[in-house]
Write a protein that binds this ligand. Structure first.
Ligand SMILES: Nc1ncnc2c1ncn2[C@@H]1O[C@H](COP(=O)(O)OP(=O)(O)OP(=O)(O)O)[C@@H](O)[C@H]1O
Length: 266
C-alpha cells in the first residue's frame, strides 16, 4: 500500500446521537484502494451505526463522508439517499440478512444489477419488449456472479430455502451486481461453521482482486479479522480507540482491556 494514494473513503469526525445516547463520537476513518479494513469492537460499540451513517441509512448528527472511485475526485455523500449511494458505488450486506425471500436466487442478484441498467426493476417485472437484450445481459451477468459465490446450481431455488451460509454469499453476489468500488460487509461470518468461514475468507480475497474492490467489514470472528485485514479500526462506546495493522491491534493494551471487559457472548 502506498500512503500517497487517494483514499476511496474518508470519514471525518462522524457523530450520531439517538436522543441522549451518543452512539458515534467523532470517528475518523479512511480506506485506500483495494484495502480490506475491519471495524471491530464490543457489542453496542457503534459499528452498525457507523455503517448506517456512511451508507445513507442514518443522517449523521455531525461529520462528513467523502468517497470516490480510484482516479476520480471524492464527493461528499452527506444527505444522499441509500439507493443513490449504492448507484455511486458503495454496496453493503446486512447483519440480519435482507434477501427477497420469495424470489429465486437468480432474481435476487438481478435486483442488484438493475441499479446499473436502464430498464430498471419495473420494466424487469413487466418484461417490456424493448428491454429484452438488456434483460438477457442481466440474467447472464447474474448467473456469472452466482458462479463467483458458488451458488449457480441453486439459481432457481427460492432464496429462503438456502442454508444460512449460502444466503450470506447470495447477499454478497447481489451487492457485487451493483458494481461497487467499496463493499461493506456487516458480520459476514455470523452463523457460519468453520469450513464456511474459511471459504468466505477466500471469497472475500478473490472478489477484491477480481473486482478491484475495497472492503470494510464488521466481524466478531477474530481469527477471520486478523488473517484477512490490512488494517483494523477498534471502537468502544461510540469512539475510535485504536487503528492499525492486525499486529499493532493485537498488542494494543486499550484494545485488550476493551475485549477482556466485555461479556463472554460478545
Ligand atoms: N435506531 C436506533 N435508535 C436508538 N438507539 C440505537 C439505534 N441504533 C443503535 N442504537 C444504539 O446505539 C448503540 C450502538 O449500536 P450499534 O448497533 O451501532 O452497535 P454495534 O457495535 O454494531 O453492536 P453489535 O456488535 O452488537 O452489532 C447501542 O447502544 C444501540 O442500542
Amino acid at each position: 500500500m502506498h500512503t500517497d494514494q487517494k483514499p476511496i473513503l474518508e470519514v471525518k469526525s462522524l457523530s450520531k446521537n439517538f436522543g441522549g445516547l451518543r452512539a458515534l463520537n467523532d470517528v475518523d476513518m479512511h480506506i485506500l484502494p483495494k484495502e480490506i479494513v475491519a471495524l471491530i469492537g464490543p457489542n453496542g460499540a457503534g459499528k452498525t451505526t457507523f455503517f448506517n451513517c456512511v451508507t445513507g441509512i442514518y443522517v449523521p448528527t455531525e461529520g462528513e463522508v467523502w468517497a470516490g472511485r480510484e482516479g476520480h475526485e471524492n464527493k461528499k455523500l452527506n444527505g444522499i439517499v441509500p439507493h443513490e449511494i449504492t448507484k455511486y458505488g458503495l454496496a453493503r450486506t446486512f447483519q440480519n440478512i435482507r434477501l427477497f425471500s420469495s424470489m429465486t436466487v437468480l432474481e435476487n442478484v438481478m435486483v442488484g444489477r438493475h441499479t446499473r441498467t436502464k430498464a430498471g426493476i419495473v420494466n424487469a417485472i413487466f418484461r417490456g419488449g424493448a428491454f429484452k437484450k438488456e434483460e438477457q445481459d442481466t440474467v447472464d451477468r447474474g448467473y456469472e456472479l452466482l458462479k463467483e459465490v458458488g451458488l449457480e446450481k441453486h439459481w432457481k431455488d427460492e432464496a429462503c430455502n438456502l442454508p444460512y451460509g449460502a444466503q450470506r454469499r447470495l447477499e454478497i453476489a447481489r451487492a457485487l451486481a451493483t458494481e461497487p468500488f467499496l463493499l461493506f460487509l456487516d458480520e459476514p461470518a455470523a452463523g457460519m461453521n468453520p469450513q464456511e468461514t474459511v471459504e468466505l475468507k477466500e471469497l472475500v480475497l478473490r472478489i477484491r482482486e477480481k473486482f478491484n474492490l475495497s472492503i470494510l467489514l464488521i466481524e466478531h470472528d477474530m481469527g477471520m479479522v486478523m488473517s484477512l485485514s490490512d488494517r483494523i479500526y477498534v471502537m468502544e462506546y461510540g469512539s475510535r480507540i485504536a487503528a492499525g495493522t492486525p499486529d499493532e491491534i493485537r498488542h494494543n493494551p486499550q484494545v485488550i482491556r476493551a475485549y477482556l471487559g466485555e461479556s463472554e457472548d460478545a
